[in-house]
Design a binder for this molecule. Structure first.
Ligand code: ZN
Length: 280
């Protein structure tokens, strides 16, 4: 969405308000995701995939040897939570856990893995890696084509992060909130960190209806009433207040994650072993 608007492809005049969960113009990864993105796992995956870059996830799918090999490797990639569902295991290996299992119902888990996410298009992964390693949205060449256009983001915004982070940290919404207040001070900008939630469980969680959706409904409701502007206090220094995020800083220790440093080292050693198997 931010690439569409800040890239000039969609005009903000067509948007009443913007509510984002765990995504923004910034991509601040947790330590585990950072290590995964830094390692050449995605280039190796694309090499294995060849021309057919859509990975079938269903256990019953007919697979080429390339897809077989990639799914086999995906199962060995460390992640926060293991699962008894084969499709979930492969998806989490490729992408990382996107939700905390205890936050979603078995019915939702079944629907996700058996009906909704049955194929994983991977053609955009190299671009996503450039964005993740940059820490903010860049174009497919890795150039800063979007953040230089804050004037295109003339909309009220709500940024929501999960406090029990997966994939990205709440800094993703913290920086976006500050960026918007600095560059679009005339519009209403809000930010919420919801404790206990990770990534996609913010929207599909069993308790999302009472812990997350009220924030979104309130934001949309105010936009519908035309309350999109905020009174600008020219003497306010709030927009320049880039100090540490009280919601997040210091909560996860030196490695910025619950993930054991031992497992991060193990991941690195596994990659070395994989490289040896592939190229020797
Ligand atoms: Zn699962």
């Amino acid at each position: 969405m931010h690439i569409a608007v800040m890239g000039g492809h969609v005009s903000a005049t067509h948007i009443a308000s913007l509510s984002c969960t765990n995504s923004s113009m910034f991509f601040k990864l947790n330590a585990f995701s950072r290590v995964k993105m830094w390692l050449p796992l995605i280039p190796i995956s694309m090499f294995i995939l060849g021309d057919d870059r859509i990975l079938p996830l269903l256990e019953t799918s007919k697979l080429s040897w390339r897809h077989h090999l990639l799914k086999l490797i995906a199962r060995f990639i460390p992640r926060y939570e293991r699962c008894t569902c084969n499709e979930c295991e492969v998806f989490s290996g490729m992408f990382g856990n996107t939700f905390w299992h205890e936050n979603i119902t078995p019915t939702m888990h079944q629907w996700l893995n058996k009906q909704s996410s049955t194929r994983l298009p991977m053609a955009a992964f190299p671009h996503l890696r450039k964005i993740c390693n940059s820490g903010f949205i860049v174009d497919s060449n890795g150039c800063n084509s979007y953040l230089i256009h804050p004037e295109r983001m003339a909309v009220p915004t709500l940024y929501i992060s999960g406090g029990r982070c997966l994939l990205v940290t709440p800094q993703t919404s913290f920086l976006a909130h500050k960026y918007m207040k600095l560059h679009q001070p005339g519009f209403r900008h809000e930010r919420v960190v919801v404790e206990g939630f990770g990534h996609s469980d913010l929207l599909i969680g069993e308790k999302s209806y009472k812990k997350v959706f009220p924030h979104i409904l309130s934001h949309i409701g105010l936009a519908e009433q035309g309350k999109i502007h905020t009174r600008v206090n020219k003497c306010s220094k709030e927009a320049l207040d880039w100090e540490a995020d009280q919601h997040y800083e210091g909560s996860f220790g030196q490695f910025g994650t619950w993930f054991s440093p031992f497992v991060v080292v193990l991941l690195f050693l596994m990659l070395l072993a994989l490289l040896l198997v592939l190229f020797l």
